[in-house]
Design a protein around this ligand. Sequence first.
Ligand code: SAT
Ligand code: MN
Length: 602
Amino acid sequence: MTTTKNQKLLNWVAEVEAMCTPDKVVWCNGSTEEYDRLMGEMVASGMAIKLNEEKRPNSYAFNSDPSDVARVEGRTYIASLKEEDAGPTNNWIDPAELKETMKGLYSGCMKGRTMYVIPFSMGPIGSPISKIGVEISDSPYVVVNMHIMARVSDKVLDVLGDDGDFIPCLHTVGSPLEPGQEDSRWPCAPIEKKYIAHFPEENLIWSYGSGYGGNALLGKKCLALRIASAMAGREGWMAEHMLILRFTNPEGKKFHIAAAFPSACGKTNLAMLQSTVPGWKVETIGDDIAWMKPGPDGRLYAINPEAGFFGVAPGTAEYSNPMALASCRKDAIFTNVVVTPDKDVWWEDMGVECAGGTDWKNNPWTPDMKDADGNPIKGAHPNSRFTARAELCPVICEDWENPAGVPIDIFVFGGKRTTTVPLVHEAFDFNHGVYMGATASSEPTAAALDLGNVALRIDPFAMTPFIGYHAGDYMQHWFDMGEKLGDKAPRCFYVNWFRKTDDGKWLWPGFGENSRVLKWMCDRVEGKVGVRETPIGYMPIDGELDIDGLDLPAEDWAELMKVDTDLYKKTVIDCETFLQKFGDKLPVQITEQLENLKKRLS
Ligand code: SAT
Ligand code: MN
């Protein structure tokens, strides 16, 4: 039961209950008691595994259905009233038609299940910059993950009051149960019935058929990026797929960096980086999403709307990200990893040996197992995840929940490119930076597995799957923000940690050593170092980006700093081809930047 008198909320819950016909309705309050009770029920049903209390206190593991392991971009829709408002990067269906289809699916979809009503706040509860959402879901797994990722609380309903507004987020796993029918361990619907639908003019989210990650934890990509970016475009602020970190120098001067990379390109690692530059320290504010608004002093202030990390497990190791490991040492949820016989967790590239256990498909597994083609069978799914509380991160910044946010000095864009793009370059000015962000390119990663075999994805601002409106208007919004911010706009840089030699060896050590590149950026902001001008942007003068003590042969460094104009021209052609699809919505500033770049390269 609930004590809320908010009529919009009560009406919506009643409507959904009538449509989805759950066995019962439970209003969630985010309490520890609620968390423990749901986990207890899921352990009893076999959906969750309670991990070893000594090794992983208060932690649980889940295995999803093998068909439900990542976001489904091909089944994600921006159902704006007009098709042209969704633009060429989004799937679109007429909202009336999509609602008809989905109502058909929703009808009776929660039969045999409990319907949870989950009030949550993205951003600190009660802060003027925060947004209230209410997720209705029939997945107890969603409830416990929302406890960690969003702020689920009765207090949200207090803030909402009798007539406050909220973003309705409807979710179901799409798997009704007939009387007596046994539930599956991870109920979900087949791919052709999955819909992740957004109605931007109504600030409404409808998700059907998947229980995994961003398809189901609707505060994250659906609300905090797709719906929020559309709101931000209308209202003059920014909702971006960016980590936020504070980098403090030995004198105590603080720099704030927001960085955009596609999913599964190491954002979490960078957000929690252990600086190798003496005296310089990184603190984490967020690892995935930034909401940014101009502050009273004209600078751009950022908050992290989330309360936890939904990080990629494989590759998270003591050497790559000890702070992420520390964040999930207790009170964590693991999805699609290996569970060892002593009920701890393991994944590929965790930096420790594993003799075997139960793999993400719930089968007995040992590391020497091979598939029919002789390739090793992975124990953890490449997109397996940990859900961890941000407050447990040892380097969480004291200002991570400051409702005023932190002033951003530097924007970083990037992606995973094994060739062509140098380690770091700086934009000539903000508009050039917007061009860099708009044409950021990456080789595909594990976070969206339904993209097929594309060699290169141009992924504007790492936002392609998350822009809730026309991407051309979204790019224009970036230029408009630059104009509004003027000389207080953040400096823009482009990085690529992922260059390889012809024989497949990484050229740059990465991880903590990336702090050397961040320091160079801060030195640029302070005017302490110069640059050399190249066709693609400003680059470090030899000796001014400190690589002392690295095992980095001179020829590797030269390669990392090289701009091969012939190779680069190919990327520019790919970008130009990509940009053509924006037609007359392509901002003139983009065309200008592209023409200038082509001239500089010729
Ligand atoms: O969208 S998820 O939340 O599942 C993770 C990601 O793609 O970054
Ligand atoms: Mn992400």
